[in-house]
Design a protein around this ligand. Structure first.
Ligand code: BYC
Length: 340
């Protein structure tokens, strides 16, 4: 502080320093923009604008939260799976989701936010997680439908993130997408078996699950492009590569054909092929319902958050034990080094 005062010899130190800093900043910003425009990736140690960092922490942490909250509606059915084969598949899938959460929290940590901070934001309701996990899983058919539709929507949204400009996120997504593909197939397979080899009651159960999950799945892609405050900047930065509406449309186009193979109908009387657009038209989405759920008032928001907070509190002794063990190990190591 004193040195600075001497150097400036009575001039306005803050102003001159600010001018230099902002000139530097402008050059860094220009480099960064050119780097992004050329389609290059950004690594953790590279310079990046504060808002780019903030946007990534927001999206990646919300994505991580979605993975671990997403374990709850399915975890609920592990003990009730109809066969040993379905139980092992579901168990593996739910474990994968814990793994996805870990990759994603790790990717977000590279941006300088600690996992404790991110979890605190989840537990206090400040951070969002995907709206879809605030709906109940009422029957076994919901497990197949989550795999087919929810994971199907997730893959559609996540494949373009494998090319996200932030490299640690893009790398995490490559592995996640491979696993999501297995998740989607196992869901489709479970439903196909029920539809082709099941009883009338089982087929009705599948149709009922599809009816309940269809619209919330379309909401997973986020608000329409003209009501999506983050899209324009995220597209500019190469964080998002394809818009919410385009992805939703791609999902609808792919799913209508899959529904035909399964032999289920989708609960939208306005769903029809538009030869001019070469896409399926669809009926209006209830965006009031979406914002209600995102705002914390969906059917299961309180239950999901309560379960997460309880798991965090019940796990306190595990974290303490792990820290005590790690500190014992490092004491042991430094003692050995001293003796040597
Ligand atoms: N739910 O400006 P927008 C999985 C929020 S896990 C809740 O379009 P953005 C799986 C949005 O955050 C799947 N909130 O935002 C796991 C924003 O609020 P803030 C999770 C939503 O970020 C286990 C505001 O609405 N996938 O598949 O440009 C088992 C305005 O939206 C939702 C990801 O997280 C929503 N559905 O675009 C099975 C993918 N949609 O943050 C399966 C990564 C929007 O400004 N994320 N909001 O307060 C993304 O691709 C983007 O963040 C989104 C939203 C497309 C979701």
């Amino acid at each position: 502080m004193y040195t600075q005062a001497m150097d400036t010899m009575g001039r306005e130190p803050d102003e001159s320093l600010k001018a230099v800093a902002s000139a530097d900043e402008a050059a860094l910003q220009a480099n960064f923009d050119a780097h992004i425009d050329a389609g290059n990736y950004v690594e953790a140690k590279d310079w990046m604008p504060q808002n780019y960092r903030k946007t990534l922490v927001r999206q990646i942490s919300q994505h991580a939260h979605s993975e671990i909250v997403g374990m709850l509606p399915e975890g609920n059915w592990i003990t009730r799976a109809p066969t040993l084969k379905r139980k092992t598949i579901l168990l593996a899938k739910v474990q994968d989701e814990a793994g996805h959460g870990l990759y994603l929290y790790s990717a977000a940590e590279t941006l300088g936010t600690s996992r404790d901070e991110m979890l605190e934001a989840l537990h206090t309701g400040k951070a969002k997680y995907s709206s879809i996990f605030n709906y109940p899983t009422l029957t076994w058919a919901d497990m197949g439908t989550i795999g087919w539709l929810v994971d199907g929507a997730a893959i559609m949204n996540q494949v373009p993130i494998c090319r996200c400009s932030y490299a640690p996120y893009a790398r995490a997504m490559i592995r996640i997408c491979r696993e999501e593909s297995f998740h989607q197939r196992q869901g489709f397979d479970a439903l196909l078996v029920m539809m082709q080899q099941g009883t009338d009651a089982q087929r009705a159960m599948v149709q009922d699950a599809v009816n309940r999950w269809w619209w919330p799945c379309l909401m997973m892609f986020g608000p329409p492009d003209d009501q999506s405050p983050n899209s324009a900047q995220s597209m500019r930065w190469g964080i998002k590569r394809v818009s919410n509406d385009e992805l939703r449309q791609k999902f609808i186009d792919a799913t209508v054909e899959q529904a035909k193979v399964l032999g289920v109908t989708l609960p939208d009387p306005d769903l029809k092929w538009n030869a001019e657009r070469e896409h399926y038209d669809h009926g209006p989405i209830d965006w009031d319902e979406f914002w209600r759920v995102v705002g914390g008032n969906g059917p299961c928001n309180r239950e999901r958050l309560g379960t997460r907070v309880k798991a965090w509190e019940d796990g306190a002794w595990v974290r303490e034990a792990a820290l005590a063990f790690a500190s014992k190990q490092s004491d042991k190591q430094s003692n050995t080094q001293q003796v040597a």
